[in-house]
Design a protein around this ligand. Structure first.
Ligand code: 13P
Length: 250
């Protein structure tokens, strides 16, 4: 049985002061909810949010991580730095990292393996652009990103891998994939995980949907067999939007 997993990617929003305010609101409002819950604040906001959420049911993640352990990498954040803050999860391969900062599958794969070696749970993001979808390449693009991101990952490590399917055309646009379209790609991803590993890994892997998830569409998305959770951007920045998403089943 896969547990619903709702994650909030704050992207480059919320100073530490603002993050504390939001974390305090969430802490009280989602206590005792059924879903596994994560927030991923910007690096500099993590310590303050972590302090607020200590002892709560909300995990704290990072939005990125270096592919190196230490040294001359100006501006980067190492796995040990995140571990030291008590970070549990790292989001890797987000489409904004791919599109704006030129991250490719080989680079993301190095980070995935490094993060796993430090015991992080990894949310690996994959998804096609509108052009790719319209030219019938959605599955092929997702497959390339899935296989590239998971290259060399051991079957046992799949327990610490979450896949987030985020069609680029649905991110921040207000255009959500229909539950049917999203479920169809999720089913495809699950089948490919089975081919890469085995049936158990495929049955167990959590596949989140991301792209304009809101309180009014979360229920229909989560009702689909292969949609196990959500990676929420814009709507994770306000408790009045994120709380109803996390508690959609109440
Ligand atoms: P939005 O929910 O703002 O579309 O963002 C989705 C996303 O990119 C989460 O990682």
């Amino acid at each position: 049985m896969r547990r619903t997993y709702i994650a909030g990617n704050w992207k480059m929003n919320k100073t530490a002061t603002e993050g504390v305010e939001l974390a305090n609101e969430l802490k009280a409002a989602v206590a005792g909810c059924n879903a596994k819950v994560l927030v991923a604040p910007p690096f500099t906001t993590i310590p303050a949010v972590k302090e607020v959420l200590a002892g709560s049911n909300i995990l704290v993640g990072a939005q990125n991580m270096s592919d190196n352990e230490s040294g001359a990498h100006t501006g980067e954040i190492s796995p040990a730095m995140l571990k030291d803050l008590g970070v549990d999860v790292v989001i890797l391969g987000h489409s904004e990292r791919r599109a704006i900062y030129g991250e490719n599958d080989a680079f993301i794969n190095r980070k995935v393996k490094l993060a796993l070696s430090y015991g992080f749970e990894v949310i690996l993001c994959i998804g096609e652009t509108l052009e790719e979808r319209e030219s019938g390449k959605a599955e092929a693009v997702c497959l390339t990103q899935l296989v590239g991101g998971l290259e060399g990952v051991a079957k046992e490590d799949m327990a610490n891998i979450v896949i987030a399917y985020e069609p680029v055309w649905a991110i921040g646009t207000g255009k959500t994939a229909t539950p049917e379209d999203a479920d169809s790609i999720h089913a495809f991803i699950r089948k490919e995980v089975e081919k890469l590993f085995d049936k158990q890994a495929a049955d167990d892997v959590i596949i989140q949907y991301g792209g304009s998830v809101k309180p009014d569409n979360v229920k229909d998305l989560m009702a689909k067999e292969n949609i196990d959770g959500a990676l929420v951007g814009g709507a994770s920045l306000k408790s009045e939007l994120f709380v109803p998403i996390v508690t959609f089943d109440k």
